[in-house]
Design a protein around this ligand. Structure first.
Ligand SMILES: Cc1cc2nc3c(=O)[nH]c(=O)nc-3n(C[C@H](O)[C@H](O)[C@H](O)COP(=O)(O)OP(=O)(O)OC[C@H]3O[C@@H](n4cnc5c(N)ncnc54)[C@H](O)[C@@H]3O)c2cc1C
Length: 351
């Protein structure tokens, strides 16, 4: 029997089909609720169940800790209702105007910009256009229904091309192919735009941005969008890499700073080589944020990169006074099929 979900404090209500997740049903109904990894890992889709009951028949709700479960928090990307539900969740209205679609994009340029990062430029066919909001990502569609997520690294105002920064993951099938073999001229089938990691333009608060590795990609798009808007909101960009060799597009921040009255960039090296520590801050990038701003209560924070950074940053920033609803992030998680395989392997079940 289908259930219905009501968004607390609003008139919004939508039906959920048998076996469907709350997030899938919300999307079908045209409601844009926050999400990122779609695998139950990153916690972007966390909401509170005010009334009713749900369960997790697909993937376990790994991003919920005991306190959050006791508080009746749920992960909407995995939660399947067992009854009618009332949930407390925040909509991201701006993304609702950008419906996702499938499109063929052609690789028009590729450049190795760091030992394990390749910058790829893609173009839609003549007369077609992908529309997106700064910070969103796309899925590359692969055989057997597999998909791999990559953030769009350029602001939408910049023309019709799409820029991606792709890190070669050790043992990773798709990224290894892109890094070593993919020719210019290859055609990728993609779906996008996806995700809700987008600028909140209704805020006037100063912004802290925190990037780990290729987590720089969506933040680059968001910075360029703010530059396009001629925003004067203070922008503090903290960019974490292991050492200088990973610092691709290194001249860009200085170019940004010339176009913005209050934009500051700090590079933070976690494994500095030689005399690199004399030129940059060192340590973990989220710790550098706290060194600069021990009280984060006045800020909005945008953060993207590997799951370990997101997890550490989330806890540390909220403990330093950042209101939880002022933290926006994209966590570069395993693709859902990979996560499912890992969980099956852990449980000792064959593929
Ligand atoms: C919203 C979002 C945005 C992202 N944006 C970016 C971006 O802009 N740039 C970027 O570089 N990355 C980004 N990522 C991460 C990117 O999607 C992954 O790096 C990519 O999916 C890896 O694909 P792959 O096919 O190369 O690796 P996969 O083949 O998916 O393998 C990934 C890893 O899992 C391991 N693995 C695979 N199967 C198993 C198993 N059964 N058991 C144990 N381990 C296993 C592999 O050895 C490897 O280490 C993003 C992720 C998300 C969710």
């Amino acid at each position: 029997m289908p259930f219905s979900v009501t968004l607390a404090g609003t008139e919004r209500r939508f039906p959920v089909d048998d076996g469907e997740t709350v997030l899938e049903a919300a999307r079908r109904a045209g409601l844009a609720l926050p999400y990122s990894c779609l695998g139950g890992r990153c916690g972007s889709c966390k909401a509170t169940i005010v009334d009713g009951e749900c369960h997790y028949p697909r993937q376990p709700a790994l991003a919920l800790d005991a306190a959050e479960r006791a508080h009746h928090d749920a992960l909407l990307c995995q939660a399947v209702p067992r009854s009618d539900l009332t949930i407390a969740a925040r909509e991201v209205p701006s993304v609702a105007d950008f419906p996702r679609r499938q499109l063929a994009l052609k690789v028009v340029a590729r450049e190795i910009v760091a030992p394990d990062v390749v910058r790829v430029l893609l173009k839609p066919p003549r007369g077609e256009r992908l529309r997106w909001l700064a910070g969103q990502y796309l899925d590359v569609l692969l055989p057997e229904g597999k998909r791999r997520a990559f953030s769009i690294a350029n602001a939408p105002e910049e023309g019709d091309h799409v820029e991606l920064h792709i890190r070669q993951v050790p043992g990773g099938g798709f990224t290894h192919w892109v890094f070593t073999e993919m020719p210019v001229g290859a055609v990728w089938r993609i779906e996008g735009p996806l995700g809700t990691f987008v600028p909140r333009e209704d805020s006037e608060r100063p912004i802290v941005m925190v990037a780990g590795g290729t987590g720089f990609a969506p933040l680059k798009a968001i910075v360029e969008h703010f530059l396009h808007l001629r925003s004067a909101r203070p922008l503090h960009v903290f960019r974490g890499v292991r050492d200088e060799s990973e610092l691709y597009l290194a001249d860009l921040p200085a170019q940004w700073a010339r176009r913005h009255p209050a934009l500051f960039v700090e590079t933070v090296l976690s494994e500095p080589k030689g005399d690199e520590a004399a030129r940059h801050a060192t340590g973990f990038v989220h710790e550098a944020v706290l060194r600069n701003f021990p009280d984060l209560s006045p800020f909005d924070i945008y953060m993207s990169g590997p799951p370990a950074l997101i997890e550490a940053g989330r806890r540390a920033f909220v403990a330093a006074g950042l209101p939880a609803d002022r933290l926006y992030y994209d966590s570069f998680e395993y693709a859902p099929d990979v996560l499912a395989a890992i969980l099956r392997a852990r449980a000792g079940i064959g593929a």
